[in-house]
Design a binder for this molecule. Structure first.
Ligand code: SAH
Length: 245
């Protein structure tokens, strides 16, 4: 199950932090590392800081977009040092770990960490079901990237060893198994929704306000199962077809 939980580092500047993150992961039995456009990788400094965890670096997936790193994931957490101007469902590391371990029994989970200087963008955060914030000194809340990975990885391992079931209602309804939809499929859905709303002139891309952000937030909260997803895609296709006549 831990194999279904990946750590995604976005745009990391310092290769030393990549190595230190790999070490933090391996000490807590996490193995899957995804690097989205790292500034410098592979790099001797990363290997040095990984110490004995260079096997994790060697197996790391280097991706050219966050979408690629999230492919196949049904639950995504974005780690953030700051509380955002945009309200988003928020969890601490312990609750995050429980949800992640519970989900990992049936799906893939991503823990996404941002840039050293600027963290994650709002657009990146929108791809996440939850924002994960490690409680810290309000006057100095930003942990080093690898330190944040360490705290989160520790909680994941502890939740796993305690047999966390998390909120089982997230993945099951009584007597029925819900097949979850992955992040890449949701990206296609949002594009379909956006295009349809443009077609019917409900949405003007020149005046976006916060419509798409609100749509992301709503569907992240709901977490569609496959049937619901197919119905919504079908409705959008039908609307487009009718409108083009
Ligand atoms: N100056 C940046 C902080 C970057 S720290 C900012 O204001 O956003 C690099 C990354 O480590 C962050 O993007 C986040 O993923 C993680 N991180 C650091 N401190 C954290 C905290 N208190 N809680 C959760 N994640 C944290």
């Amino acid at each position: 199950m831990l194999a279904n939980i990946r750590v995604v580092l976005v745009n990391t500047t310092h290769p030393g932090n990549i190595g230190a993150a790999a070490r933090a992961m391996k000490t807590m039995r996490l193995e899957k590392l995804y690097l989205v456009q790292p500034e410098k990788f592979p790099c001797a400094e990363a290997t040095a800081r990984a110490s004995g965890a260079d096997d994790i670096l060697a197996a790391a997936h280097v991706c050219d977009s966050l979408d690629a790193a999230l492919a196949g994931c049904s639950l995504v957490f974005g780690a953030s040092a700051r509380l955002r101007t945009i309200a988003w469902p928020q969890v601490g590391p312990r609750e995050c770990a429980q949800l992640a371990v519970a989900e990992s029994a049936s799906g893939e989970v991503a823990l996404v960490f941002g840039r050293e200087d600027s963290g994650l963008t709002n657009a990146e955060l929108e791809r996440c079901h939850y924002l994960m914030h490690i409680p810290s000194n309000p006057a100095y809340s930003s942990l080093n990237l690898a330190a944040a990975v360490q705290v989160m990885a520790y909680e994941v391992m502890m939740a796993y060893d305690m047999g966390a079931v998390g909120d089982a209602s997230l993945v099951r309804v009584p007597g029925e198994y819900m097949e979850r939809v992955t992040a890449d499929e949701m990206a296609q859905f949002y594009e379909h929704l956006r295009q349809t709303m443009i077609d019917i002139e409900f949405f003007d891309p020149a005046k976006p306000r916060r419509l798409m952000r609100r749509m992301h937030r709503m569907f992240n909260r709901i977490q569609l199962d496959r049937n619901e997803y197919n119905i919504l895609r079908g409705i959008l296709t039908a609307v487009q077809k009718k409108h083009s006549k």
